[in-house]
Design a protein around this ligand. Sequence first.
Ligand code: PEP
Ligand code: MG
Length: 735
Amino acid sequence: MARAGSAQERLDQIVRLVAGEMVAEVCSIYVLRAGEVLELYATQGLNPDAVHRTRLRVGEGIVGDIAAHARPVSLADAQSHPSFAYRPETGEEIYHSMAGVPVLRGDRVLGVLAIQNRRSRQYDEEEIETLQNVAMVLAELVASGELVNPNEIKQVDGIGLLPIRLDGVQLNGGVSIGRAVPHEPRIMISRVVAEDPKAELKRFGDALHAVRADLDRMLEDGDLGHGEHREVLETFRMFADDRGWVERIREAISDGLTAEAAAQRAFDDTRARFADVTDPYIRERLSDLSDLTNRLLLRLSGRNTAADPTQWPDEMVVVARDLGPAELLEYDRTKLRGLVLEEGSALSHVAIVARALDIPVVGRVENILQRVEPGDALVVDGDNAQVFVRPAEEIQQQIAETISLREAQRQEYARLRDLPAATRDGTAVSLRINAGLMIDLNHLESTGADGVGLYRTEIPFMVRSTFPDVEEQTSIYARILDAAAGRPVAFRTLDVGGDKVLPYVGAFDDENPAMGWRAIRIGLDRPAMLRRQLRALVAAAGARPLQVMFPMVAEVAEFRAASHLLALELHRAKARGAITPARLSVGLMLEVPSLIWQLEALLTEVDFVSIGTNDLMQFLFAADRGNPRVGSRYDSLSPAALRALRFVVDSCDKAGVEVSVCGEMAGRPIEALTLLGLGVRTLSMSPGSLGAVKSMLRSLDLVHFAAYLRSLLDGSERSLRDKIMLYARDRGVRL
Ligand code: PEP
Ligand code: MG
């Protein structure tokens, strides 16, 4: 560095030296330029013509990834990395392994230093450290202003202040923009021991009283309405009355701790005891307990809220490690635009409350708290399970456009609400929604759906803390039927096992849970449990018509056994003199391929068939629906899959048995179009998809399309998707 020469010459020298010393065929330096672009400034090994020509956006390719996350990367097989971005001008296709480090000055990323090797090799820690040392030297050179005018890159402080995109999991859909409001971290305790336990006990008593009163107020808040989010809060409120918890704190105070320290101890002890437990139920309780402890600490400190509402921007996105349901409700709902969590699952209590508030939520975003500063612009893209931190102007604009387009589309779909769901050439189609939570039922009104084609009864089981007894189940199902107001609801009996774990039952040790002990298999092996559910369904219906279906049936005998249990419950209710359903329809989910070859017998016994394409496709293709590597490997629009579906639909039609589709296929316009072409007339989907499907079918000439589809079905191509797409485009079918 001390040598004479221009900064560029010194860079060229560095890449030569590093490549030589580290036995790498390539060493390259990228420098950050305005507009968050990384420009190749020097290279040993790559095509020299690419210098000052190759530019990567921050976040693009592996180099961009290193800058975006401000962290080193070491890859034995770089080309198979999902971020690999091939730049033909560099000639780098022959290099297999790669290691790179960010050029950091303070917390700022100024560039990237990377080495590559032709053969696949592992770089060790020492080598990464060497690169980091060189990068420190480089940082000084870049900062000297000799390479890039320092004014070119805006002066910003703090790590990773470059825009970044982070992946997470969708906890609630939707897209929004707002300013980051990091959720207040836990209150720190300064006083640990107390002289006067009596006085401390009184302080604790008063604070607990105040916390309970706060929670009661929240529950009384009229606009929360009814549904699971309310029950979640009620469970949470009950926690505050938990005798064991209160006693533990009292004891610790009697031992000489302050009320604050005692509350913290009670929490720390519990957390330590359950540290290794991954059981979702326990994790959820811990997060409730953490919320409650923080509330108590706040009250003890004489405040009632940690946040300072005067600092809240008008449009805010709350960012937290995890959040309790009550904590979320502390935020001003008129300003709340979204929520980003480091933890959380779709059925976590906070996600349920967020759904009720209709804000997008992305969870399991790694280290989000370290990566945002208060006031940072944040895009919460719940639909695609991603978050943009400090997005570039173009991205913000694009998202704003997406939001307004969605709004326009929502309005257009709302206009369709009262128009008939019929194709252009006059075929009526029944559009229904899939539901699981009470709140989903609101969508019957907003979408104008005909009914609930799939009510997943396991969902209310999954959000509760204990197994609901017959009475509780009866009340859940009765409320669903009330909300459906006469529209049909197909109740599917418990489909647990597989990926759906009941918190209080725990996971089974099935090696292959999707094909293991799940759904009707559990129901038939534990008939008392299934009977209780059927009893509750019969009681909830009263005189109203009742529709029940069984999941994962693989043979006629299973259907027979399950419907026999239902008949027993009906008989029992009648014998007790109870009012029983005016009409009972008993059906099944067609999800296991073996049933396709039992249709003849089956169709004489069932009232209806609902095709669960999510499971059916995973079993037809032997491709795990939850595994992204194989999940999209096979297309449900392949002639093979469609021939199987056609056979089912034709058989049902011939037997005069109603057939519907309730898997995700029914909600994707192009797939819904294909299903209509195969003869399906009832589609059940998540409420958000209904507008698009209705818009599609209202623009469709079904007779013409059905004939076209028939002509394709005998083909042997991988997928008919492109052909169907082209057809739709040519014929003005709105997809
Ligand atoms: C299906 O398998 O298609 C289905 C609708 O059921 P679930 O997604 O609940 O397994
Ligand atoms: Mg299924």
